[in-house]
Write a protein that binds this ligand. Structure first.
Ligand code: ZN
Ligand code: ZN
Length: 297
């Protein structure tokens, strides 16, 4: 199959985000999480007939893969924020990797394509899962994702941004036909408590860079695993809380904020309460990511 310019018909077509996994750290299926969802991070981004873009491959990627295989997707782009298990556990279960006639390209933080292959290969080496990379016939190549280096992927323009997380993580700004969304997980705030944006002060330098990254996005999906008190107890864990995400989104002029990467212990009832607490915000509008839901941009 030729890899050339993608001639898609995308005029006046929305960007759609579908949440296949919204949970952080570990999947938590069960009665207490049935309504908001128990699968770990995976978001599908679509725009007309551009190739699907998949953000992270937590356990939600299994069901997404079944759908994409049924669609006979010819090309799929996967971008991984980082390699913590909750973001890659679904990767070897992602059916398009085994589908004849499909090409899946995988981007992850690395300095070179070889390093990207080698980093993912540590997981797919026959120890943690029986299938190795070379046994995935549709795995068509790797992309080395580096902060600020723009990727042009068949009509998608993707800008990676370095996040604040142990071992590193990458946020992605995804643009197509003038529409822009950002996927920002996993990350701690970019200023200490009592400093910067949330303290009503000038943004810290790292906050300024994040604001520029988010500027003009219609939708931002943001790690808010903690509430404020949990964040103060676990500041080194590399996760944020809703008030901080809201302050950033507001300062960046974002239309809609989606709270994401829910704490595994958060029950449906607790997430209902969180939804009620932030759902009245108007600038930006706020909602919680719910497994199975699609947001149209
Ligand atoms: Zn995570
Ligand atoms: Zn992580």
């Amino acid at each position: 199959m030729a890899i050339g310019k993608w001639t898609a018909d995308t005029v006046d077509v929305p960007v759609e985000l579908t949440f296949w996994g919204v949970r952080g750290s570990i999947p938590v299926p069960g009665g207490d999480t049935a309504r908001w969802g128990g699968n770990s991070s995976c978001v599908e981004v679509r725009h007309g007939d551009l190739p699907p873009l998949v953000l992270d491959c937590g356990t939600g990627a299994r069901a997404l893969g079944v759908k994409l295989a049924r669609e006979h997707a010819r090309r799929v782009h996967v971008l991984l924020s980082h390699l913590h298990a909750d973001h890659i556990f679904g990767f070897p279960f992602f059916m398009p990797l085994y589908a004849p006639g499909t090409q899946v390209r995988v981007g992850l933080p690395a300095y070179s394509e070889d390093e990207a292959r080698e980093r993912l290969g540590r997981y797919l080496n026959g120890s943690f899962h029986p299938v190795r990379q070379r046994e995935m016939p549709a795995l068509a190549g790797y992309l080395a994702v580096r902060p600020g280096r723009v990727l042009e992927l068949d009509g998608w323009k993707v800008t990676p941004h370095r996040l604040n997380h142990p071992g590193g993580s990458m946020g992605y700004r995804v643009e197509a036909d003038g529409l822009a969304i950002a996927y920002v997980t996993d990350t701690a705030p970019f200023a200490q408590p009592g400093e910067g944006l949330l303290a009503g002060e000038e943004p810290q330098p790292a906050e300024r860079r994040m604001l520029a990254f988010l500027q003009g996005c219609q939708v931002v999906v943001y790690d808010t695993m903690f509430d404020h008190d949990a964040y103060l107890e676990k500041m080194t864990w590399g996760h944020s809380y809703p008030e901080y995400a809201l302050a950033l989104a507001r300062a960046a002029g974002v239309d809609r904020l989606v709270l994401f990467h829910h704490e595994p212990d958060a029950s449906d009832q607790e997430l209902d309460e969180r939804s009620a607490r932030f759902g009245h915000e108007t600038a930006p509008r706020v909602r919680l990511a719910r497994e199975g839901e699609t947001i149209t941009v």
